[in-house]
Design a protein around this ligand. Structure first.
Ligand code: ATP
Ligand code: MG
Length: 500
């Protein structure tokens, strides 16, 4: 793992250090017990060979059963703690991503598709959760298992131990060989998944158009193509995994066979006792599982690595439109409503010609102005420039004489009532949609706004009137007119160039 990704992981873990540390300590205890129990078994067996002292044997049985139960409990605790950390980090990351997305300008969402963002915020976050839960747990487990078990094994019999673990370097080498392939195949799966969710998202939103133009068949084919690509990517990954993991498991079991074969001879020659032999077998068995599991751990680890990059890509993108460092607070009641533009020019990123070219105007408070023009002449662009939904240059648009790029973004926007060309309703009640700009507005205020937009009688036609839940999507402009009129200061300065 690159250093930067490791630092990122550490920063995700930082708020949960205590829980992580407790989990690791519990894991250490589990492994210590795991090393001690076979020693007890050995002593028990060796004791059995010398004399049949039932009291001693009962002692061993009791001690082993007690310690094994304790180990079981501590293992459970360690899992709850460490998997819990993974869940916590998942929660934190989702929160961070959503908060960050809220700061981004609309243009960002034209470049970064919803499907891609959703896939990063869900499956990539999930991969990081697995990396921190499962991968950390099993890596730590493997590490402890080796560090604690190996010295004890060596103290029992050096030759048998070395033979038993001789196979492990081959396993690590194999995992290493496969790791780049696994990584790129994993990335492909993640990208195909994102494209597929994009298509679903787009088709569900554009369903009416698909039907009007009778394009169901084409969309079906487009979906099948993408779905097929995802299947191919998934199968490729599965093929690599099904080659690697059983190989690892098989190799790991060979060491068990070797101990069985050589151990018998060692007992016969008196090199080790039967108790030693059993203890060695138990230890090898203990190492086999975490070693074979390494394959899965490595995958979780690689997926997590890719996912850290994909999530950091979102989190590290700075919004282009922000409040200036020492932005001007513009208290709403004081706003007069002077609105002017001076040589306003705006070119969309990547476009050759400007959408707004040297536009200048002055609008007095209370004045009603309509901006009319042919399709694509820049009316919406002008409307979007005023609340700084577009990244316009300083000193081109002024509210009450203040350069809007110097005003606190929140103050500027809450001073403007805006009815977008494509209106949108949130999935909540009609009432909540109307008072979206001022969630504390009471029923009478909501009704006044609805009456002004001439939508009140229609709302009364709905079964639950203002409490009717409406879905998201596109609705007649009159709805939005009511919805966006509440809680705003200047509406007189500029008649929304876009409300037609
Ligand atoms: N997101 C965008 N990226 C690049 N170019 C854009 C973008 N939005 C609009 N344009 C271009 O900017 C110009 C002005 O578009 P705008 O949407 O402001 O026109 P309009 O006057 O509102 O048109 P309409 O009457 O269709 O609403 C057009 O040439 C359009 O193609
Ligand atoms: Mg327009």
């Amino acid at each position: 793992m690159a250093r930067s990704q490791f630092n990122k992981l550490a920063s995700y873990l930082r708020p949960h250090l205590r829980q992580s540390a407790l989990g690791i300590v519990a894991l250490l205890m589990v492994n210590a017990l795991g090393v001690y129990i076979p020693l007890l078994i050995r002593d028990g067996i060796d004791q059995l060979q010398q004399s049949l002292n039932f009291q001693r044997i009962l002692f061993y049985v009791g001690a082993i059963a007690g310690l094994a139960s304790l180990m079981w409990i501590v293992r459970m605790v360690s899992r709850i703690l460490l998997f819990g950390v993974g869940r916590q980090v998942e929660f934190d990351l989702k929160q961070q991503i959503f908060n960050h997305l809220l700061t981004m300008e609309p243009a960002y969402f034209a470049v970064n598709t919803v499907g891609d963002l959703i896939s990063r915020a869900t499956s990539d976050v999930d991969n990081i959760r697995r990396l921190l839960g499962f991968a950390v747990l099993s890596l730590a487990n493997t590490l402890f298992a080796y560090v604690l078990t190996l010295p004890v094994m060596l103290s029992i019999n050096v030759r048998l131990t070395l033979v038993a673990i001789a196979i492990y370097p081959i396993m690590f080498f194999m995992v290493h060989l496969f790791s780049n392939r696994l990584r790129s195949e994993q990335l492909a799966v993640q990208e195909e998944t994102a494209s597929l969710s994009d298509l679903i998202q787009e088709d569900m939103s554009g369903m009416s158009l698909i039907k009007i133009y009778a394009q169901e068949e084409n969309e079906r084919l487009a979906f099948r193509d993408l779905n097929q690509q995802l299947l191919t990517a998934n199968l490729k990954l599965a093929r690599t995994r099904t080659t690697l993991f059983p190989l690892l498991g098989g190799l790991a079991s060979i060491s068990l066979l070797v101990v069985l074969a050589l151990g018998a001879g060692a007992i016969a020659s008196g090199e080790i006792s039967i108790g030693d032999f059993i203890a060695l077998l138990l230890y090898v068995e203990r190492l086999v599982f975490p070693t074979a599991l390494l394959g899965f751990t490595i995958t979780a680890y690689q997926r997590g690595e890719v996912s850290i990059d994909r999530i950091e890509y979102i989190l590290s993108t700075e919004p282009n439109i922000q409040s200036a460092a020492n932005a001007l607070a513009l208290p709403q009641p004081d706003i007069k409503g002077w609105l002017s533009a001076s040589h306003l020019t705006y070119t969309y990123p990547g476009a050759k010609t400007p959408a707004l070219d040297d536009v200048s105007f002055k609008i007095r408070p209370g004045e009603t102005v309509a901006v009319v023009g042919p399709i694509g002449s820049g009316k919406s662009t002008l409307a979007n420039a005023l609340p700084r939904l577009l990244d316009i240059e300083p000193a081109q648009v002024f509210v009450d004489g203040y350069d809007i790029t110097q005003i606190r973004l929140k103050d500027l926007r809450s001073a403007i009532a805006y009815v977008p060309q494509d209106s949108f309703l949130f999935s909540t009640t009609i009432k909540n949609n109307i008072r979206y700009g001022d969630p504390k507005a009471e029923q009478p205020t909501v009704e006044v706004a609805a009456q002004q937009a001439q939508i009140h009688p229609e709302i009364l036609n709905f079964p639950q009137h203002y409490q009717t839940i409406v879905g998201n999507g596109h609705y007649p402009i009159r709805w939005a007119a009511a919805a966006h009129g509440i809680g705003k200061g200047i509406t007189g300065g500029c008649a929304h160039p876009d409300s037609g």
